[in-house]
Design a protein around this ligand. Structure first.
Ligand SMILES: C[S@@+](CC[C@H](N)C(=O)[O-])C[C@H]1O[C@@H](n2cnc3c(N)ncnc32)[C@H](O)[C@@H]1O
Length: 280
């Protein structure tokens, strides 16, 4: 019998520790340990890795990550009420789980982790998107993480993995695919969660490329792509007018027709445009 078998079922944990789900914290818990084990397996081989988990809640995915052999898990959870439930898991895996009660947008986890590091999370979607963009846009590359395995609203997962020409293609697709391989590895219906959310969810697995697919400065690329897709129905010469007075020349130099719309421009072309901006 492993340590995880000694822990009470998650429904009992919720009752014992009074963890009624709070909408303000985006709490839709995964209570099926077979499912959390499956998600943990999608994070890759954890045996020689430290894992950063954001938003462990009552600890379903945390248990999965530890049972899959993670060397250490650092879990950052904003809800103080979850601390006693997570302490039970800490006790079952001495020295392997560290929990920080704080806001993942404010806590710097790096001093607690040793590479190689993988990230796994089932987070409220707004926080997840903000963290994803941060993790994808550091100045230096490769980043601190080897892979990110993140639960998103299915529509957001589709925006991360979208290709040019599709409605979902935009800033998230470009930033994700510039520096990582990104795939949807699991789909989950609302009923997988307690309480069930209104929408379907999906797990996206991103692995960091050793180098970005095409050279570009992260801030410049991020700024241009945000401006281009903010007005996605406009031609690029109009959408990017505020970025440079000679925007048409710059677009042409990057191999982009000024009359083109952002959703038809490839990642390679956006990177070429970012290089032209950096050089000018
Ligand atoms: C969707 S629930 C998932 C909980 C758990 N991982 C599971 O799968 O059952 C999201 C969790 O993130 C926590 N959370 C929300 N905002 C957070 C933040 N800014 N930093 C850290 N945790 C946060 C919530 O309290 C909640 O426990």
């Amino acid at each position: 019998m492993s340590a995880i078998d000694d822990l009470p079922p998650l429904r009992e944990v919720i009752d014992t520790h009074g963890l009624s789900a709070r909408k303000s914290l985006g709490q839709n818990f995964l209570l099926d340990l077979n499912l959390t084990a499956k998600i943990a397996r999608r994070a890759g081989d954890l045996t020689d890795c430290d894992v950063l988990e954001i938003g462990p809640g009552p600890g379903g995915l945390t248990r999965g990550l530890l049972a899959e052999g993670a060397r250490r898990v650092l879990a950052i959870e904003k809800d103080e009420r979850c601390m006693s439930a997570l302490a039970e898991i800490e006790a079952a895996y001495p020295g392997q789980l560290k929990v920080i009660n704080g806001d993942a947008l404010e806590v710097d986890p790096l001093s607690h982790l040793t590479p190689p590091i993988r990230v796994a999370a089932n987070l409220p979607y707004n926080v997840g998107t903000e963290l994803l963009v941060r993790w994808l846009t550091p100045k230096e590359w490769p980043p601190f993480w080897q892979s990110l395995t993140l639960m998103f609203q299915r529509e957001v997962a589709e925006r991360i993995t979208a290709t040019p020409g599709s409605k979902a293609y935009g800033r998230l697709a470009i930033l994700s695919q510039w520096r990582a391989n990104a795939n949807i590895v699991m789909s989950l219906p609302p009923g997988a969660f307690s309480p069930p959310p209104k929408v379907h969810s999906a797990v996206v697995h991103l692995t960091a490329l050793p180098e970005p697919r095409y050279p570009a400065d992260a801030d410049t690329l991020s700024r241009l792509v945000a401006a281009a897709f903010n007005q996605r129905r406009k031609m690029l010469r109009a959408a990017l007018k505020g970025q440079a007075p000679d925007i048409e020349d710059r677009l042409l130099a990057a191999g982009i027709q000024p009359t083109e719309r952002a959703e038809r421009v490839s990642l390679e072309q956006f990177c070429a445009l970012a290089r032209i901006f950096k050089e000018s």
